[in-house]
Ligand binder design. Sequence first.
Ligand code: GUN
Ligand code: ZN
Length: 440
Amino acid sequence: MKRAYLADLLDFTAAPAWGERESLTVRWRPAHWLLVDGSGRIVAVQPEAPGPDWVHDRQPGRLLLPGFIDCHVHSPQIGVLGSWGSELLDWLNTYTFPAETAWSDPAVAARGTAHFLDALLAHGTTAAAVFPTVHAHSAAALFEGAAARGMRMIAGKVLMDRHCPPGLSDDPADVARAERDCVDLIDRHHGRDRNAYAVTVRFAPTSTPAQLAMAGALCRADPTLYMQTHVAENRAEGRWVAELFGDARSYLDVYDRVGLVHPRALLAHGIWLDDTDRAVLRERGAAVAHCPSSNLFLGSGLLDWPRLQRQGVAVGLASDVGGGTSLSMLRTLAAAYQVQALRAGLAEATEPRLTAWVALDAATRGAAAALQLGHEIGRLEPGLMADFTLWDWQATEVDRERQRLARDLHERVFAWLTLADERHLVGTWVGGQPRYARTP
Ligand code: GUN
Ligand code: ZN
């Protein structure tokens, strides 16, 4: 089937500079056609309508974006969204570990995973780096569910073997058992469909040194594997890591010294890193997943994003549900602006604020680059997968009035991403297939 979509196309050709509202990296193609053939890839973008052998889908005045990429999210945590009253470590023990323990039942994990993947699509997210639970079946369910929906998935069984409830722990006396679970999942899913395996260390406090060493060895044995974990999210967490790993130079060093920090490593948060840590991330080519709504909700801290950018560390945006408060990458982008505004305001810094361009890029092209997937996703370009979303500019009278008053493209897009959410989403396509359509 050859289909062509008429809409206003927006994407980025390179990283926009911090603070620049007029940027040559912004590719704005109003009233253009996106052509998708039976391969599920984009074959052309053009101003003129294609010939009669193409099915025409006219969506004039609507915004067409690359599918969002969520660089860090937890599939079993939809049920802990909006849990009151805790900071990170208390929140994990009170809400999150019990919710994840329930996924020891494969039927519960299967139902929850299907719900989670459909929810991603209903928020315009077509690719994600996901933490399931410690149970191998929860990772298998993600890979199988993503394949059934054509989605781009990076995931792996969570590794954790201490400081957690028994129902959520690998056996610390048998590190080889968790390793076998990983190898089996790698053999069955890594590089199949659109799945890639990530060695998934929950965070340093919940892995014994022996398990961390095993995870590092897996990465060294196969450089095509991803690695995902949490780092330097919260101050009490940082103190705990320093107590547990007194011989490490820093929290990041706990991972780095066993070989977990490499070009396919994705580290969530990174708020409390120091200059040496940032230099290590840059040298290794590893990326930070910035989780602004989670950082606000759990009171973890305010990421200095421009400093990471200045030091050459790649940053991708992430919802971090359920520490984060929404699967919507638009809500996440709006939170990212607020985090930068608050940080600069408290420091009385004169630096420019986060632009719509830097924000949107970090949830599309920039996220794809951070995941080394720029050849496949993140832009509206011939040869890339046709993972895209269609949006209304306005869903309410307030939106309409605000859009009417916008004076230039940046103002229009920034106001849109500040006000909009998943109710503005008209549809989501993955590999050219419609996978979500708003009910009229
Ligand atoms: N650190 C370790 N586990 C988690 C988690 O599930 N969520 C967040 N935000 N931080 C973590
Ligand atoms: Zn997380």
